[in-house]
Design a protein around this ligand. Structure first.
Ligand code: AMP
Length: 284
């Protein structure tokens, strides 16, 4: 296919496909001649054995969903195929991986992500690879490694797809009990509270972060971090919000760890960001 000059798109996933994944696949379908979806639950990026163990696996359903969304090829390698006996190389991105998700989950998490994404890109050799804005720090890590290693691939970001009540779609949502599913609304509530306060004229980082914390309090979740960061570096913004930033957060709802983020733009309207993103577009 490559020799014929066809444009190849790769959508890396860990399966248990939901509408967020399908938005990536549809976006790839719009932009490419051949759409490859990879399905690989990568053990090396899990920092908790229990998280890996209970990660949802539904390969048959995934195959059908991927095909219906426009995938031509489902690449679902075994762990032995990706990490054969003697495997000894890893890809480590410095800097951006040391904060937030990297600090919470440990250095091995992003090392695992960077290594497996580099391998998947080398195995499929796509012209373009599609990733979700939902995992904003991961997206930045992947852009960094693709640039630093001169990988001949475009990295295309797709906006976060949400449930109608604002919860960002995630494979881990399937692990939430009905009560936890309700409490998970703490995350979009925090993003909305900060967006609305920003729209009301507040520019103090402390006040915006406090609004996010305050919004989460009634939901009884364990907040790991809430931060306002520079979108290109993930460095924390001090004191005053003057340029576009990203509000990022991670919280545990029972045993399930969830992350979310939204852009905060001091010079435009942000209100109800988590509602406005319900229908993802292909552009980002
Ligand atoms: P995962 O299977 O969780 O590794 O995710 C595979 C890809 O789908 C990653 O690029 C994610 O960022 C993306 N993704 C996951 N959830 C969503 C979502 N709700 N909206 C958009 N993209 C998503």
């Amino acid at each position: 296919m490559r020799r014929e000059g066809l444009r190849i798109g790769l959508v890396p996933t860990m399966g248990a496909l939901h509408d967020g994944h399908l938005a990536l696949i549809r976006c790839a379908r719009e932009q490419c001649d051949v759409v490859v979806v990879s399905l690989f639950v990568n053990p090396s990026q899990f920092n908790e054995a229990s998280d890996l163990e209970r990660y949802p696996r539904r390969e048959q359903d995934d195959a059908r969903l991927a095909q219906d969304a426009g995938a031509d090829v489902l690449f679902a390698p075994s762990v032995e195929e990706v990490y054969p006996h003697g495997f000894a190389t890893s890809v480590e991105v410095l800097g951006v991986t040391e904060r937030l998700e990297g600090a919470s989950r440990g250095a091995s998490h992003f090392r695992g992500v960077a290594t497996v994404v580099t391998k998947l890109l080398c195995m499929a050799l796509p012209d373009v690879a599609f990733f979700g804005q939902k995992d904003a720090q991961q997206l930045l890590v992947i852009r960094r490694l693709a640039a630093d290693l001169n990988l001949p691939v475009d990295i295309h970001a797709v906006p976060t797809v949400r449930e109608p009540d604002g919860l960002a779609m995630s494979s881990r949502n399937a692990l939430l009990s009905p009560d936890e599913r309700r409490r998970a609304l703490a995350l979009p509530a925090a993003l909305d509270a900060a967006s609305e306060l920003l729209d009301a004229g507040e520019r103090s980082v402390e006040a915006l972060l406090e609004a996010a914390h305050e919004a989460m309090r009634p939901f009884d979740v364990h907040v790991e971090y809430v931060a306002l960061v520079h979108p290109a570096t993930f460095e924390p913004i001090e004191q005053t919000l003057e340029a576009d930033a990203l509000l990022v957060l991670a919280a545990r709802v029972g045993a399930v760890r969830l992350i979310d983020n939204t852009p905060l733009r001091p010079n435009s309207i942000n209100k109800k960001n988590t509602q406005g993103e319900a229908i993802a577009t292909c552009s980002a």
